[in-house]
Design a protein around this ligand. Structure first.
Ligand code: MEV
Length: 437
């Protein structure tokens, strides 16, 4: 393929010219498309251009809302940025269902974030341990200018531990630090502290009399926060009497509750199912995480690591029936922020956060976890009753109709026709062709 070594130095216009003339059979059309997605407000466009590097244009995702979420007795309309049809409808349906049964409860079980300095050292562990004990306070002192503001907000460094990992990897040690980053996700804060810890470690080791010249040759490998946050966890839950699960006429509440619990148990013990089950949870989680300007890759990585924390990949949610009461809950690690990062930069993120009543990070953890649980409830409810395709394809009809540029009248006819008939891509296309004849 063609290389363009000075690409990042080109202007946006030059970048587009190079891309369209290099890769497209019709460069004019490609250029027109790219520019069609520019915002006419040049200031707004510049803002988006500068979020990342080598920006050509904007890539739209719909921002939808799921109303009627009752969480700890407060009502929310939840913003969701997602491309998959039926996710928002499913969340809304669950929200309404549970609003009539006492709503969702959510509890933050912990907010601890983690970061590590990974380093090599070839001397004895006892000496290193003695050194660390003696010098531990220097790590706090040297980071005081970084932690000052965070401490004012009630956060900061919680602890720093020296960890010996030499049983897994030769000469490998860590400074394993825990943090409270309050309403910020904290990535910059944590990484800044860690990089200072590394400098302090090198300096203090070098001037420590207890080490030989050889032992002083520690090597800092890297300093970085961990996206595995098993102590930054929120629980979302719902419960009601089994007989209140009475919305589906095709199946009795008891049969539904039992099938539902069995479906969750399958996801608890069967990784193939657990991955899809958790994917359904992440449909809700990611959509809110994205709409509120948080890092969905970090959340995804952390959630799946948590789902495997006992050695085998398992369901993030759980369900039970005890004494005629159905319970369904989800524990999920969520390192989120409501200040810093994109939260004050992206106008739609600000919009989403204001719609949620400008929540603290802990409140947002609750909202996000509840949306995940609602999504999971909707998926399992369909799967254990009508099957997923019925609702899914109904929503998907719109995509198919748009793909074939159906008119308003055609859309109405097709939707009415498939109201009580099985939907498939080919059946919709066939019927559309039939109308058009
Ligand atoms: C589709 O995006 C998500 C589901 O597959 C989740 C599930 O199977 O539980 C419906």
């Amino acid at each position: 393929m063609l290389q363009n070594k000075g690409f990042s130095k080109l202007t946006k216009e030059e970048k587009i010219n190079w891309i369209t003339s290099t890769y497209f059979s019709n460069p004019e059309e490609a250029e027109k498309l790219v520019k069609q997605y520019w915002n006419s407000n040049s200031q707004l466009q510049k803002l988006h251009d500068e979020f990342i590097e080598n920006t050509l244009t904007n890539f739209y995702l719909p921002l939808g809302v799921a109303p009627n979420f009752v969480i700890n007795d407060k009502i929310y309309t939840v913003p969701m940025a997602i491309e998959e049809s039926s996710v928002v409808a499913a969340a809304s349906k669950s929200a309404k269902f549970w609003a009539a049964r006492g709503g969702f409860k959510a509890t933050v079980l912990g907010t601890e974030k983690i970061g590590q300095v990974h380093f090599s050292y070839s001397g004895s562990f006892e000496k290193l341990e003695a050194f660390f004990k003696k010098k531990k306070s220097s790590f706090y002192e040297d980071t005081s200018s970084i932690t000052k503001n965070m401490e004012k907000r009630g956060g900061g460094i919680l602890d720093i531990q020296l960890v010996n990992k030499t049983d897994k990897l030769e000469d490998y040690y860590q400074l394993h630090a825990t943090f409270n980053t309050k309403d910020s996700m904290g990535a910059n804060f944590i990484n800044s502290c860690l990089e200072q810890f590394a400098k302090t470690l090198e300096r203090e080791v070098n001037s420590y009399e207890g080490f030989s010249e050889n032992e002083k040759k520690i090597q800092i490998i890297m300093c970085i926060l961990s996206n595995f946050v098993p102590n930054c966890v929120v629980r979302a839950e719902v419960s009601c009497k089994v007989e209140e699960l009475n919305e589906d006429t095709e199946i009795s509440p008891t049969e539904f509750a039992e099938k539902f619990v069995k479906a969750v148990q399958i996801a608890e013990i069967e990784p193939y199912r657990a991955v899809t089950h958790n994917k359904g949870i992440m449909n809700g989680i990611d959509a809110v995480v994205l709409a509120t300007g948080n890092d969905f890759r970090a959340v995804e990585a952390g959630a799946h690591a948590y789902a495997s924390r006992n050695g085998s990949y398992s369901s993030l949610s759980h369900a039970s029936i005890e004494n005629g009461v159905f319970k369904f809950w989800l524990d999920i690690p969520l390192a989120l922020g409501t200040v810093g990062g994109l939260t004050s930069l992206h106008p739609l993120v600000k919009f989403s956060l204001e719609m949620l009543g400008k929540p603290s990070a802990e409140e947002l953890m609750k909202i996000v976890a509840v949306t995940g649980l609602a999504q999971n409830f909707a998926a399992l409810r369909s799967l254990t009753t009508t099957g997923i395709q019925k609702g899914h394809m109904k929503m998907h009809i719109h995509n198919i109709l748009n793909q074939f540029q159906a008119t308003k009248e055609e859309k109405e006819k097709v939707i009415a026709y498939f109201n009580d008939t099985t939907v498939s891509h080919s059946l919709v296309v066939d019927y559309l062709e039939q109308i058009r004849k």
